[in-house]
Design a protein around this ligand. Sequence first.
Ligand SMILES: [Zn+2]
Length: 259
Amino acid sequence: MQYNTEAIVIKTVRYGETHAILTLLTPTGRVSAMARSAMKPTSRLAAGVRLCAQGTYFIYQGSGMGNIQQVEMVASRRRLHEDLQSAAYAAYFCDLVLSVAPDRPHGQPAMYRQFAAVLDALVERPKDADVLARVFETKMCHWLGVSPSWRECIRCGEPLTEKYRYHLVEGGFVCQKCYTVEDTNQSYAVPAALGKILYLFERTPIEQLGDVKISAASHKALKQTLYYQLVDFGGLYLKSRDILNQLVDAFDRKDGENG
Ligand SMILES: [Zn+2]
């Protein structure tokens, strides 16, 4: 049986001298397929096996793993491979999707569209990579089913106002009325804007988000909170995230020395 599907490459592993095994994200979920001889420079499939490449993939499905016969490219996203930072962000986004997306046909078209949108935004506005990472992580929490209601207290359900804290054990924000002294070591104070920012990131499609300005303090709290939410509640421990963080730290230090 042969079928074709729109897809984005989220993992590529060399197999033997010239073959590649790809994991593709399609609008209906993940699928693995073999791209024979794709590692030969002259191969028609060569461009279609790189991470973040998007196109229509024509797959012959026998009894085992499918074989990619042809790719009609929509976007190569070559720029994501041309600088180290963009490549590290792209690898992290691919890793998130790889860990969260269900196999075909159980996936959601919204995840596919938002993944394509975050990659396009990374190509167009590499300087916003940090904010894009937080937006995509917020959506990941939602898809994993580990998002609390970000604008309300997780204990009393009242809308959050000025002062509230992120609770490390309960995974959400606790208001001043509900917070007790016993919670001190299991929680930290966050900037008042955080709940609204998370709500906005969760609900707004990436292509509609435009230019987002958030303070350094909010960004730090956002990064920390999403980390706990994804690792402790979503179970997502990702090496690509550590690599990205080391790289971002190194670049920040270099900027500090120069400025
Ligand atoms: Zn409360």
